[in-house]
Write a protein of this length. Structure first.
Length: 137
């Protein structure tokens, strides 16, 4: 029974961490892109609609070139990554679905997957993959 309670605590912590992190992330992406590099590890990787970018400064530079945006989150799922896979480093996988509106463009559904890890007292992105979604009729 204690194992089930421990797993539930880990899942609850992952969910609250992912919620807090995604609020911060999309606020920076929509309003303070000059701070985005602080949310990524130096060795982070971004795959944005098939475009791969490595390194926190390069990722910030890439994202700063995008038109002004407004992200609306529709759903968020979070899972803790098993300790054995990440050598005891607190790590969370977050899957976000939502709608983004870029300046002078129609709204576009998207799905974004983050792998975030604790670095001292801050959570940072290790891996980030965003893909626009097609609406099927």
């Amino acid at each position: 029974m204690a194992v089930a309670i421990d797993k539930r605590v880990l899942i609850d912590e992952a969910c609250s961490t992912a919620l807090e992190f995604t609020k911060l992330y999309y606020d920076c992406l929509d309003k303070k892109r000059n701070l985005l590099c602080k949310l990524y590890m130096e060795t982070a990787v971004l795959v944005w609609n098939g475009n791969s970018v490595s390194g926190n400064m390069q990722i910030q530079s890439f994202l700063e070139k995008l038109p002004a945006s407004d992200h609306q989150i529709v759903s968020l799922d979070a899972q803790p990554i098993h300790e054995e896979a990440i050598k005891g480093q607190p790590t969370v996988m977050a899957v976000v679905a939502g709608i983004v509106r870029f300046e002078k463009k129609p709204a576009q559904p998207f799905c974004q997957n983050f792998l975030i890890t604790a670095q001292d007292t801050k959570w940072k992105v290790v891996s980030d993959c965003l893909r626009f979604q097609q609406v099927l009729s």
